[in-house]
Design a protein around this ligand. Structure first.
Ligand code: URA
Length: 318
């Protein structure tokens, strides 16, 4: 075969391949997988693999790496007490391209605290979310945000969560790490979640927009509108029973109203069959800790409705 007849060669793009592997490992981690096994090797901790990959991305590939089928082990997840009844229903609205590309998690090989069915549903939903996450990473709808961000902040947690926390917008810490609520307000949110007897792995967290507004200004209505389709698709996949809107911006954006947050808290609103509770934003609680009591009351109200055991005291919240 002469040179001009030879088939086109695909350039070996190590960075792109490493990124794809990194995203796959992140996806498995988000689905609750803690270790994987490749043929001929013992069980390897997922974090260890992520560290190895980070080293390869930094220092280059020492020698050719063989890819192989993986066997996954899901980590124990504290179940939210009331069983869900609507797990099987992914809405018809799910775009075809999403369903087509869905991959399934290999059968877990250890006893699990969550049922295999739940693990599979969670993994299936996570794969669907991963596809939207990639779209978000490439989104340039808001020129200012796209040109100033370091990372998009898609959302994090259990893809099959009963409960979603809905915040305002990423700040500097979130922009740096690509994860919502990882700064000071996030630490307080973690305490609220822990006071509920849950972890970040039980619930899902997202914001009205996926990129940090420069200088931590409020997200504009246009930016919220530009991001709304991503939010809708995420919620269509997760299908939460409850959404907690954190602060006025999230509450007004989600419920399309302008009622003062102090009048909205302490009750459920219905939006498309989802029970929506509005409460103060953790960042506001850091400025005015006296409001923590109100938030704890709202959270107790939520927990009762969710069928979760309600402790009298909330370590670290009030
Ligand atoms: N505040 C928010 O509303 N969202 C974040 O992700 C972080 C802080």
């Amino acid at each position: 075969m002469s040179a001009d007849q030879s088939p086109p060669t695909v350039p070996f793009d190590a960075a792109r391949i490493a990124k794809a592997i990194r995203q796959r490992l992140q996806s498995l981690a988000r689905a609750g997988v803690t270790s994987i096994r490749t043929p001929g090797t013992s069980q390897t901790d997922l974090r260890e693999l992520q560290n190895q990959l980070a080293a390869i991305e930094k220092n280059g590939l020492p020698e050719p790496v063989q890819t192989s089928a993986i066997e996954a082990t899901a980590s124990p997840v504290v179940p939210i007490s009331e069983p869900r009844t609507n797990l099987q229903q992914i809405p018809d609205k799910t775009p075809e391209s999403v369903t087509e590309k869905t991959a399934t998690l290999p059968t877990p090989n250890v006893a699990l605290n969550i049922s295999q069915e739940e693990a599979l549903m969670r993994s299936k939903k996570q794969n669907q979310l991963d596809i939207i996450c990639q779209e978000v990473e490439n989104c340039n709808a808001c020129y200012e945000l796209a040109s100033t961000r370091n990372n998009t902040v898609f959302g994090v947690g259990n893809a099959d969560a009963r409960l979603v926390f809905y915040g305002e917008a990423p700040g500097a810490d979130e922009d740096k790490l690509g994860e919502p609520f990882v700064g000071r307000a996030g630490k307080l949110l973690n305490k609220i979640i822990a006071a509920m007897g849950l972890t970040r792995d039980d619930i899902y967290i997202l914001n009205t927009i996926k990129c940090r507004p420069p200088g931590n200004r409020n997200p504009t209505p246009q930016e919220q509108q530009d991001c709304a389709d991503f939010l809708k698709r995420q919620l269509d996949i997760i299908q939460p029973e409850y959404i907690v809107c954190l602060g006025a911006i999230a509450s007004h954006s989600f419920l399309e109203c302008k009622t003062p947050i102090g009048q909205m808290r302490g009750q459920f609103f219905d939006k498309n069959g989802i029970k929506v509770l509005c409460t103060f934003h953790p960042a506001y609680l850091l400025r005015d800790p006296r409001r923590k009591r109100d938030v704890w009351e709202d959270i107790q109200f939520l927990m009762k409705d969710m069928g979760l055991p309600v402790p009298e005291k909330s370590e670290g919240v009030t």
